[in-house]
Design a protein around this ligand. Structure first.
Ligand code: FAD
Length: 437
């Protein structure tokens, strides 16, 4: 019997899933698939928290699929090899999936499309994880926006909430008569150990979809890192698609426009990475490509470990190391300190965050690091330097956040700053002024 495969990647849910809804409306029964892609897995530390998170979500999906009268097919390996095997195991009519805009994903998906095409199998991708993608929001001259304000204005002007936030009917259609069971191609789900990983015991995942109260007060509470519920904590869910961006945008549109604005930043950075994939590893601004960044391994190590002697930086880095999460304000301060006061290459910080953040997302991480370093398509002016001291006075005036993560702050055991903030600031300004070409 011919079947259609729906391939889950950054969309670990059956509700409001664009590609899945489209697959379920085809004539053939649908088999949901998840692949542990060895090209990605091979680069991760053996106790990677994200892998544990994905593993748990895949188990949940398998359970939900089973309850609905179907099943979830789970494979592990190099993606093209997996598809070659699927072509042998099943009679495939089509493979449906949702778009992924990262450079590696784009290449991988093109290769899968070519392979399937050779076998006469349709491969279709759908927009699911953003409201507007790729070339949907352009300047009047048909170019990608590089100024966020103008992008957000155009984004808002073309938004039709009743259409763009409308949930896709995947959950309603996800029932026995539309589903195929994995059948003879099913070798069971691999365990973490089969995948070569250990469970990460410490990670905590916030509830999906924030309480309305958090959204309602978001604009007033979002910049206070000491508050546990001052922001939505949806980043990990948006990263892996365990919530629908449409549902969160809908809530924000009703209750808090500031939150809507932050979510538009996410669309914006994804659009930029898709247009300019080289910015994953290179400054967007050619003038900023040859800056004489410092090489100072001991200082970098102190930054990674939260031992710089600059309390708001250290609090942030320790929150990151201990929980896999970091409050946005502390991300700004910690990143600004590395790229300006220590004058180190933004790619070092981007890489460290990419290993530690549970919500690591290449477009958001690269976009924000380049913004902080002043090197990006959209960037803070290179001479803007956030003072960790003023940021502390403004956003953590009673040291509540700092004391939570740096309990020895204010005692003799807390180190002196590894750099004089004023001197570090001038050093960076001089070096950038001279190094810009
Ligand atoms: C140096 C640096 C690196 C970052 N790296 C990442 C990353 O790897 N992954 C990531 O998801 N976010 C990243 N951010 C953006 C932001 O810090 C996080 O999205 C936010 O802190 C996550 O917490 P939250 O879900 O409670 O956010 P909320 O404040 O509740 O915001 C809701 C959602 O809006 C989006 N959003 C908010 N702020 C931004 C922003 N500045 N840019 C883009 N999207 C935003 C996120 O999807 C977020 O989950 C980074 C910011 C900086 C300064």
């Amino acid at each position: 019997m011919k079947i259609t495969i729906f391939w889950h990647r950054r969309d670990l849910r059956f509700e409001d899933n664009a590609g899945l809804a489209a697959a379920l409306q085809r004539d053939e029964p649908v088999l949901p698939l998840f692949i542990y892609d060895s090209t990605i897995l091979d680069k991760l530390p053996r106790n990677d928290a994200r892998l544990t998170f994905i593993f748990d979500q895949v188990a949940r999906l398998a359970h939900e699929a089973h309850e609905a009268g179907g099943g979830l097919l789970v494979r592990h390996g190099a993606v093209l090899e997996v598809f070659r095997q699927l072509l042998r195991d099943y009679d495939l009519a089509a493979v449906y999936t949702n778009e992924d805009y990262e450079p590696y994903a784009t290449e991988r998906d093109n290769a899968v499309a070519r392979l399937l095409e050779k076998h006469g199998v349709a491969f279709q991708q759908f927009k699911d994880q953003v409201i507007f993608a790729k070339e949907e929001v352009l300047t009047k001259n048909g170019k990608p926006h590089k100024v966020f304000g103008a992008y957000a204005k155009t984004w808002q002007a073309q938004l039709k909430p009743e259409h763009d936030f409308k949930p896709h009917p995947s959950a309603r259609l996800f029932k026995k008569e539309n589903l195929a069971s994995p059948g003879r191609g099913d070798a069971g789900r691999p365990t973490l150990r089969d995948l070569g990983f250990e469970r990460h015991e410490q990670y905590t995942v916030p509830a999906s979809l924030p309480p309305a109260e958090v959204v309602r007060h978001y604009d007033k509470t979002r910049d206070t890192p000491a508050l546990d519920h001052g922001t939505t904590r949806q980043s990990v869910h948006l990263r892996f698609g365990t919530v629908s961006v449409r549902a969160l945008m809908q809530e924000a549109n009703h209750l808090n426009k500031k939150l809507l604005n932050e979510l538009i930043w996410r669309d914006f950075f994804m659009m930029l990475l898709w247009h300019f994939p080289y910015t994953a590893t290179e400054a967007y601004d050619p003038k900023m490509r040859h800056l004489p960044y410092r090489h100072a391994p001991a200082e970098y190590q102190a930054w990674c470990e939260g031992r710089t002697g600059v309390p708001l930086v250290d609090a942030g880095m320790r929150q990151l190391n201990q929980t896999g999460y970091l409050h946005n304000r502390a991300r700004i301060v910690a990143a600004g300190f590395l790229v300006k006061h220590l004058f180190m290459d933004w790619r070092l910080g981007e890489h460290y965050f990419s290993e530690k953040l549970l919500d690591y997302d290449m477009s958001n991480n690269v976009g924000n690091w380049q913004w902080m370093a002043g090197t990006g398509a959209v960037a803070a002016p290179w001479f803007r330097i956030y003072s960790p001291e003023s940021q502390q006075k403004q956003y953590d005036p009673d040291f509540a956040y700092i004391k939570k993560w740096v309990p020895e702050y204010g005692t003799a055991t807390y180190p002196a700053p590894i750099v004089d903030l004023k001197a570090g600031r001038s050093r960076a300004l001089d070096a950038i002024r001279k190094g810009r070409t």
